[in-house]
Design a protein around this ligand. Structure first.
Ligand code: PMP
Length: 284
């Protein structure tokens, strides 16, 4: 049985229990991170830790576990569960307290949960990865830059996409694409520029996004961090997404429009290859 981590203890998953008063459960008052694992090692871990601290700080959520201990728990779980490829999920809540909109006392202990999932995702061909997306109105709150567990609209969006026969949704606010339901969104224009929405409160600052943009810069590709609308996306030469668990994955259809020739494009394939190679090298 899978071993998980809860508040200082390693337990079989069926024995890890959290209070019904936990603010993560009652208010969605919790933040999380997902780190990919390749060859038993953590990808972009420093970036995920940095974003975790930012999310906590934006929510004024006290948290006292240090980075070295967090790393040690990630590694211990990978070892206990013999995870070669997959992910580590980390969630921190404001802890358990009588239900009250006001935050509890600052010394209320956090609930800290980590678990692993085995998943084989590094050896897929571009054809296997190819995704079709639909566009949907972005009905999320205005702090999408904080990685909270309030994922209901994202979950709804993915389900609406599935019902429509697609793989995922790209979200649209004021006519402009923000991001995917759980990924950052990109297009490649006819003249070869990679375009993705600039960082703001309307999107999550993806750790994979930062790393992939760095790869693109090193390759000398032209980057434009700006908004783009649905029409521009549909007319693009290529489209793709990035996230910790999809790395770089091609998008071949947006609503009813085939992107480019309707096949996975070369820019996404190249970026995926380089990102994966670099990540394997830098993994800890
Ligand atoms: N945007 C959203 C809304 C997400 O949920 C995710 C994945 N957590 C991302 C972007 C991609 O972020 P990352 O590359 O850090 O996984």
């Amino acid at each position: 049985m899978r071993q998980v981590y809860l508040n200082g203890q390693y337990l079989p998953e069926t024995e890890a229990k959290v209070s019904i008063f936990d603010r993560g459960f009652v208010f969605g008052d919790a933040v999380y991170e997902v780190t990919a694992v390749l060859e038993g090692k953590l990808i972009d871990f420093a970036g995920h830790l940095a974003r975790l601290h930012r999310s906590l700080s934006e929510l004024d959520m006290p948290f006292s576990m240090d980075d070295a201990s967090l790393l040690a728990v990630h590694r211990e779980l990978l070892s206990l569960n013999q995870v070669d490829e997959g992910l580590v999920y980390l969630q921190v809540t404001r802890g358990a307290a009588d239900r009250d909109f006001l935050f509890p006392a600052a010394d209320t202990p956090n609930t800290i949960v980590l678990f692993t999932q085995k998943k084989k995702f590094s050896d897929k061909t571009p054809e296997q990865l190819a995704m079709r997306v639909i566009t949907l109105e972005d009905q999320r709150w205005l702090r999408c830059d904080i990685k909270t567990v309030q994922l209901l609209y994202s979950s709804m969006a993915k389900n609406i996409a599935k019902k429509a026969g697609a793989d995922d949704a790209w979200l649209v606010r004021d006519g402009l694409i923000t991001e995917g339901s759980s990924s950052n969104a990109y297009i490649v224009t006819a003249d070869g520029a990679i375009v993705t929405r600039g960082i703001s409160n309307l999107i999550l600052s993806g750790i994979t996004r930062a790393a992939v943009l760095e790869c693109a810069r090193e390759l000398g590709l032209r980057l434009e961090e700006r908004a783009f609308d649905v029409a521009e996306a549909k007319a693009a030469k290529e489209a793709f997404i990035t996230s910790a668990t999809t790395f770089v994955s091609p998008v071949v259809q947006i609503d009813d429009a085939a992107i480019g020739d309707g096949k996975p494009g070369p820019v996404a394939a190249r970026l995926r290859e380089i990102y994966l190679a670099r990540s394997r090298q830098a993994a800890i």
